[in-house]
Write a protein that binds this ligand. Structure first.
Ligand code: SF4
Length: 58
């Protein structure tokens, strides 16, 4: 299941940029998986590759 490690995320904003249907920025300034997001969206792979600190796992 796709998830963001909040301890590792530096809040760069890249993952919601490349995969807005799955990721959003939370009030804590860290990325999170949207409620009801399509966990099989193709852009998840792209987001994982794009994260500078490897905070996204699937
Ligand atoms: S790309 Fe990585 S560091 Fe940037 S907001 Fe997403 S999870 Fe956080």
């Amino acid at each position: 299941m796709v998830k963001v490690d909040k301890k590792t995320c530096i809040g760069c904003g890249t993952c919601p940029g490349v995969c807005p249907e799955v990721f959003e920025m939370g009030p804590d300034g860290k990325a999170r998986v949207k409620k009801g997001a399509d966990k099989k969206a193709k852009c998840i792979k792209e987001a994982i590759k794009s994260c500078p600190v490897d905070a996204i796992s699937n």
